[in-house]
Write a new protein. Structure first.
Length: 211
């Protein structure tokens, strides 16, 4: 039997969650604040990559309705179908972003909201580096994660079994700066998803730029 890699596990989990995920995270004020920060830095018609775009809300919807060109990428076919229906102004692809051709300097901004957690640390670091290269000089990247020092920990997330790997906060900052980005601000919050099986979880939002 071939074991699942992080992308396959993520597809299975988020296929099962579907719109329940959107509802559970809809009240995240920190997420909204990060999008407002990003909107304030984008020129009209900017090209934005949304990694792990989920249902398209709120990230792709907010950016597309502000007039930006959004490409959302997600490994979950269910999520991509929901996003395409809910945010027709954006483009969505069902793909593993690690395998998606990305030209250097081809995006004005990149969003990475909680889409690293089912990859191992090497894969996370390599992906951050790849996304940094896809940013144009002067571009912006927002990255959000659960900042825990854990490696392949089996857990239950909103009723779904997951295997989580993450970095402690400063270690993730080091990954980002090692990829050539500058962290201009960060926000730590404790957030409880709106779901009966959810528990409070720490969230870290990094506001980054490429000189």
């Amino acid at each position: 039997m071939i074991s699942e890699d992080g992308g396959q596990r993520a597809a299975r989990v988020f296929d099962a969650l579907g719109s329940v995920y959107e509802e559970a995270f809809a009240h995240s004020e920190a997420h909204r604040r990060s999008l407002e920060w990003l909107l304030g830095r984008l020129a009209p018609g900017a090209r934005v990559l949304d990694v792990g775009s989920g249902t398209g809300r709120p990230t792709a919807e907010t950016l597309a309705r502000a007039g930006h060109q959004v490409l959302g990428v997600d490994v979950s076919p269910v999520m991509v179908e929901l996003a395409a229906r809910q945010v027709p102004e954006a483009e969505f692809r069902c793909a593993d972003v690690r395998e998606l051709p990305l030209e250097d300097g081809s995006f004005d901004a990149v969003c990475v909201y909680f889409s690293l957690l089912q990859l191992d640390r090497t894969q996370q670091s390599e992906l951050v580096g790849r996304l940094a290269r896809a940013l144009r000089p002067g571009g912006s990247l927002v990255l959000a994660t659960v900042p825990l020092d854990v490696v392949e920990v089996d857990a239950v997330f909103m009723g779904q079994p997951v295997r989580v790997t993450s970095f402690a906060g400063q270690d993730l900052v080091d990954v980002v700066t090692g990829a050539g980005l500058t962290v201009s601000a960060q926000e730590n919050v404790l957030f409880t998803p709106d779901h009966p099986d959810a528990v409070p979880e720490p969230h870290l939002f990094l506001y980054c730029g490429k000189e």
